[in-house]
Design a protein around this ligand. Sequence first.
Ligand code: NIG
Ligand code: FE
Length: 412
Amino acid sequence: MSTLLIHNIKSLVQVREQAPKMLKGEEMSILPCLDNAWLFIKDGNIESWGQEISDMPQADERINAEGGMVFPGWCDSHTHIVYAGSRESEFVDKIKGLSYEEIARRGGGILNSAKKLQQTSEDELYEQALKRCHEIISYGTTAVEIKSGYGLTLHDELKMLRVVKRLKENTPLEIKATFLGAHAIPQEYKENRKGYVDLIVKEMLPAVAKENLADFADVFCDRGFFTVEETDIILSAASKLGLRAKIHANELDYSGGIQVGVKHDALSVDHLEFTGEDEMRALLGSNTMPTLLPSTAFFLRLHYPPAREIINAGLPVALATDYNPGSSPSGRMSFVLSLACIHLRMTPEEAINAATINSAYAMNLSESHGSITKGKAGSVFITKPIPSIAFLPYSFGAQLVKTTIINGKVVF
Ligand code: NIG
Ligand code: FE
């Protein structure tokens, strides 16, 4: 038995006797906190908490939070952190006036990353991704979803997913893997889109399922990428293999991506810059988590998704970083929260709920992550001393995480 006590906590954030699976509409503005608290973790799981110093249990290890706050670790439900190299030259092209779609049409963008990844060995790819895993742990992330999608051949998609599997085995992070063969149409299939969709359905998906390399399946359903019809075919095939959908939708247009995601009972639909009445109607009554990625809208200068309208319609919202080399080269969840507050007009409480309980739901981790609840993973971060919850998104870009603990072990 191993036990850990964190004491002298200014505020224990997101503490719930019973954790809801998701928070919708007005529920998102309630964030339960316990002031002057301690937290007791036993054998890697949350065991108890309290306020009175005299009630504090004995523990093998004690950490003095020194007046910092304790949060459940961030759940980053949408990333692409297995990639090769970087794409800052496209960043400069964008400064000079090219759009994301223009760069993609010239064979840059995702195809540029695919070329780099195809030329990189599995071991090298693993080393690069491992660094990003340690980086996000230092930002307070304790659970992350990682997509393939820069392979675009059977061999390279499997290579990517094997790297994700190694990360699952060798890092303390809780990791979910998503197969995203339908990220872009490779150059050699430009005149034969059906050929590529067939390759995904007939070869890639069965191989991924056979090796048990993915938890979910994704499609970039948007203007210039995959159509609703193609998405439909791919998600049907994925579902037959037991892979639930989590898709890229409505980033570049009213693409129909949200509706086709809901039709397939997707766990989440992500991006949603183009969300109107029809899209919100489709989401209402579904089990699909609308997931917003404001650092992508920031980096690509897109207009921001209408978070307020979505929440005011009574829907839930989750937040994630989309950490990738082309549209969001940052995995800092606290910056995503700042953008959510500043540009999406979410309150700090709504943003924190979106980045914990709701993003845990968006990767099927509601049972174990997203809140301080008995029996959930002892995966939390301790902040430097901060005056209030709102100080976290307010201090945009700052590193306020002092310690990260995963399953009861200090990992940063
Ligand atoms: O989520 N939108 C599609 N895919 C990524 C971008 C990938 C890239 O540009 O490399 C995204 O933004
Ligand atoms: Fe993405």
